[in-house]
Design a protein around this ligand. Sequence first.
Ligand SMILES: Cc1cc2nc3c(=O)[nH]c(=O)nc-3n(C[C@H](O)[C@H](O)[C@H](O)COP(=O)(O)OP(=O)(O)OC[C@H]3O[C@@H](n4cnc5c(N)ncnc54)[C@H](O)[C@@H]3O)c2cc1C
Ligand SMILES: NC(=O)c1ccc[n+]([C@@H]2O[C@H](COP(=O)([O-])OP(=O)(O)OC[C@H]3O[C@@H](n4cnc5c(N)ncnc54)[C@H](O)[C@@H]3O)[C@@H](O)[C@H]2O)c1
Length: 465
Amino acid sequence: MRHFDLVIIGSGSGNSILDDRFADWNVAIVEKGIGPNDAYGGTCLNVGCIPTKMFVHTADVAGAPSAGAGLGVDLDLRGVRWPEIRDRIFGRIDPISEGGRRYRAEGSPNVTLYSGNAAFTGVKQLSVQTGSGSETITADRFVVAAGGRPVIPDVPGLDQIEVRTSDDVMRLEELPRRVIIMGTGFIGAEFAHVFSSLGVEVTMIGRSNRVLRAEDTDVSTRFTEIATERWDLRLNRKVVSAEKVGDQVRLNLEGPDGEDTVEADELLIAVGRTPNTDLIDAAAGGMEINDAGKIAVDDTQRTSVDGVWALGDISSDHELKHVANHETRVVQHNLLHPEAPIASDHRFVPHAVFSGPQIASVGLTEQEARQRGVEYVSSTEDYAGIAYGWAMEDTTGFAKILADPNTGLLLGAHIIGPQAPTLLQPIIQAMHFGLDARSMARGQYWIHPAMPELLENALLNLPLN
Ligand SMILES: Cc1cc2nc3c(=O)[nH]c(=O)nc-3n(C[C@H](O)[C@H](O)[C@H](O)COP(=O)(O)OP(=O)(O)OC[C@H]3O[C@@H](n4cnc5c(N)ncnc54)[C@H](O)[C@@H]3O)c2cc1C
Ligand SMILES: NC(=O)c1ccc[n+]([C@@H]2O[C@H](COP(=O)([O-])OP(=O)(O)OC[C@H]3O[C@@H](n4cnc5c(N)ncnc54)[C@H](O)[C@@H]3O)[C@@H](O)[C@H]2O)c1
């Protein structure tokens, strides 16, 4: 039984823990491989943030004809070379992933890489199933960074047909003619934009009456209006069963107007992700699991077992790479300085949805502020109200800001429209560093006539006391 100073489970954010400061630690990394090619390096690199955004940018470029039409510029989309797009994207990503694996396997003298599934068999005791058999390893410290995986819902017939998830849909052999997307969250919204911009007929199915309904209601209502124009949007639907008809997938639905069906070449399931606590048998490792099925951690990322930390999707409320990265830095510090641990800061966690249009958000939504009884004022500025919005002929985008009426401190901000994630960043900065709305609006220059004037105006229009 080999014993290590540190065992890390998961090569996503977990891979970033080790730097020169760990050079004299005897470390093991265990990675089972992710996606269709059992890749090294976790979700974001291989099947998540990075390839999706490379597809999103390509989709944005493919969308130029519809953007140009309103400006008096007539463009045609003459073709989409899907295999080339796919191979360009993964031709960049796969070598990075393989390089990362090789570096840990061959270029890190103090690291042993186990390529296989890890499952706890006791407290700080792990069974690793590799190609060459099973091995039990132990360590003084563990970092659990094993992430999550897509959920496949329990729908009759679904287990009889081949479905796609974000893990494999980006590697399709050919671009389908029609795609059904089940789920109206982040992944649904991003892939609907990608596929429809590339010319695929998209049908999106949702349980509720809005797409992206966790967003501020004004934002998700506006996004739903736009989505209705772009895709065959079937809301308030229950998926009753799934079947294969010839080479097509058929879903039988139940909705407010009775039953309907939808058929397509491919079905993408995007109804959320589940943490891999079961795969690693976190309970056998003595770790407390919370109601969401995630590993319970304190604010220093410590689990209920002394010497075992967890981070990222397997323990966090926020399934976002920038949060996993932040928690990684906290765990890194706490491994090196157990006598002076630091805490994660989850006060102002932003997110963005890279769809068409884009959305970005930080802090309280208006409905959350109301529910929590937080005193607030709000202000909304349309892109159509600023010079750069005129340039783009934007008619649907806006920024909404919530602030404390007495102090002017920002409580939340929500943007829907071009470059929303980039536009939001100064608001995130202001919230972190305690900048009030008036100082932010008038204490600096705003480049004219650039898009951030959207924020300048929204800040100036807040009805503060
Ligand atoms: C399609 C998609 C798009 C996304 N886009 C964005 C985005 O734009 N911005 C953003 O902030 N976030 C995005 N995310 C979320 C982001 O990818 C995750 O929050 C982040 O990658 C989580 O990192 P992690 O280190 O916790 O887990 P992961 O990166 O998932 O790493 C966990 C690793 O553990 C391995 N593992 C699991 N179980 C075992 C086991 N039993 N034994 C051995 N190894 C195991 C897995 O194979 C995996 O490699 C996206 C996610 C998806 C799915
Ligand atoms: N841009 C980004 O940062 C980005 C992009 C993609 C994914 N992610 C992360 O990955 C996570 C997973 O994405 P996702 O889109 O799968 O999840 P999600 O939680 O964003 O959305 C899931 C959707 O599926 C619906 N749903 C759940 N169960 C269902 C069922 N049985 N039938 C029909 N609909 C059902 C939910 O109501 C919700 O609308 C996100 O929550 C996010 O944290 C982030």
